[in-house]
Design a protein around this ligand. Structure first.
Ligand SMILES: Cc1cc2nc3c(=O)[nH]c(=O)nc-3n(C[C@H](O)[C@H](O)[C@H](O)COP(=O)(O)OP(=O)(O)OC[C@H]3O[C@@H](n4cnc5c(N)ncnc54)[C@H](O)[C@@H]3O)c2cc1C
Length: 387
């Protein structure tokens, strides 16, 4: 058995970075191997629900994230004409969970985590192409011909994970049926003052729109639009077409899109994968999207990757004489919860993207008639969880 406590982490996304921080706290030496040659500040806004904020506190970065992001102080769901369907009792949730949820620019979050990693702990331009393991440890080989050895290997390499494929074979992704169009704008609206934080979602027919403060006077917005897989932007361009799809929607839906630079609007088809029954094999395991890619409808993808990181580090600490056993314990502790959230996100997406007018009328009737407190209680097992 290898006596070294050194971990090879493949991928320096949010889950890889969180894993590095968590393992370092337990006295492990870590190296992140990232295929990209540089860290680009890309992405849009991201919600860090109370469960994710609690992990970030334990990783020692919660306060910095709070300073850079915006606390969720209101969460309303409206129909596309602006009629209120439900207002979640955010203050009561904060009281119950003992933490606020936050919204932040993904690049700010990534930079905050990256600042805790030394240059020796991050190897850029290193694309993992293969690995092998024995009783002593794991050997990783990269596309540039280099190789390295560690006691364990953590696949934090995202939804297209090479580590997952090598462990459990090729499987196809599941297209959700919708594409996400996202942007960030500097925008102010007197109905949605900055100090109120958070924002709203508006639900239409096969389209859902979200508007949230993410700090520094910026609004993150998204439109989840039912579309065939792989559909390309039409001749009008992404911004004009999105505005066309949202014609007649209440303001500030269209105004915030108008305020966004066209070139900065992102578009991605949304996928997940069928949950795995196993994440680990010997000294190799998976975290984050590599283990449990999920649709973004519950705002939990990154949060679940962070929970993975903390539980993994604790298992390695507790079973420090037997890393393979530690990885099995990690998987046992995490799998049920993460896989349930994969399923919950899929179900939530199915309901929010309905196109049938009768089904939509029933959905809105239900939202209005069930007390907001009951809607919010249904999220307790996800957002109220503390690792
Ligand atoms: C539209 C949308 C909105 C979302 N909103 C939210 C939200 O509000 N809240 C939330 O919690 N989550 C949200 N998510 C989910 C969240 O973004 C992901 O769950 C999270 O970013 C996954 O992080 P990760 O580190 O596991 O994977 P990734 O971010 O995909 O990182 C994987 C890294 O591994 C690297 N890599 C891949 N292959 C290799 C290789 N062979 N060798 C070396 N490096 C490799 C990649 O370059 C990348 O840097 C959203 C997702 C989408 C698509």
């Amino acid at each position: 058995m290898s006596k070294e406590k050194n971990a090879l982490i493949i991928g320096a996304g949010l889950s890889g970075l969180a894993s590095a921080l968590a393992l370092k706290q337990m006295g492990w030496q870590v190296t992140l191997y990232e295929q990209a040659k540089e860290h680009k500040g890309i992405g849009a806004g991201i919600v860090l629900a109370a469960n994710a904020m609690k992990v970030l506190d334990k990783l020692g970065v919660g306060q910095e994230v709070r300073e850079l992001g915006a606390a969720v102080r209101s969460a309303r769901i409206r129909d596309w004409k602006g009629n209120l369907l439900v207002e979640l009792p955010v203050a009561e949730q904060r009281e119950r969970y003992g933490a606020d949820s936050y919204l932040i620019h993904r690049a700010d979050l990534q930079q905050t985590l990256l600042a805790k990693i030394s240059t020796q702990e991050l190897a850029l331009g290193k694309q993992l192409i293969s690995f092998s393991q024995d009783e002593e440890g794991v050997q990783a080989v990269f596309a540039d011909g280099s190789s390295t050895h560690g006691a364990i290997l953590i696949g934090a390499d995202g939804i297209h994970s090479h580590v997952r494929k090598k462990l459990f074979g090729e499987e196809s992704m599941r297209y959700s049926g919708y594409t996400a169009i996202r942007g960030i704008a500097t925008y102010q609206d007197p109905r949605y003052p900055l100090e109120s934080g958070g924002g709203f979602e508006a639900w239409g027919r096969g389209i859902r729109f979200g508007f949230s403060h993410i700090g520094n006077n910026r609004i993150h917005w998204f439109a989840a639009i039912n579309a065939p897989e792989g559909e390309k932007d039409g001749p009008l361009g992404r911004k004009r077409e999105t505005l066309q799809r949202l014609d007649g929607w209440y303001e500030p839906v269209r105004a915030v899109i108008e305020a966004t630079e066209d070139a900065a609007i992102l578009r991605h088809d949304i996928y997940d994968r069928t949950p795995l029954s196993k994440w680990s094999e010997g000294r190799v395991t998976l975290v984050g999207d590599a283990a449990h890619p999920m649709l973004p409808n519950l705002g939990q993808g990154a949060g679940q990757g962070m929970e993975d990181a903390l539980v993994l580090a604790r298992c390695l600490e507790e079973f420090d004489k037997d890393p393979a056993h530690a990885l099995r314990m990690y998987e046992e502790l995490r799998k049920k919860r993460a896989n349930a959230i994969v399923k919950g996100s899929r179900l939530m997406g199915a309901v929010t993207q309905w196109e049938n007018p009768l089904a939509i009328a029933a959905r809105h009737f239900m939202l209005k008639s069930i007390p907001a407190r009951i809607h919010s209680r249904r999220l307790d097992w996800i957002v109220g969880h503390e690792v």
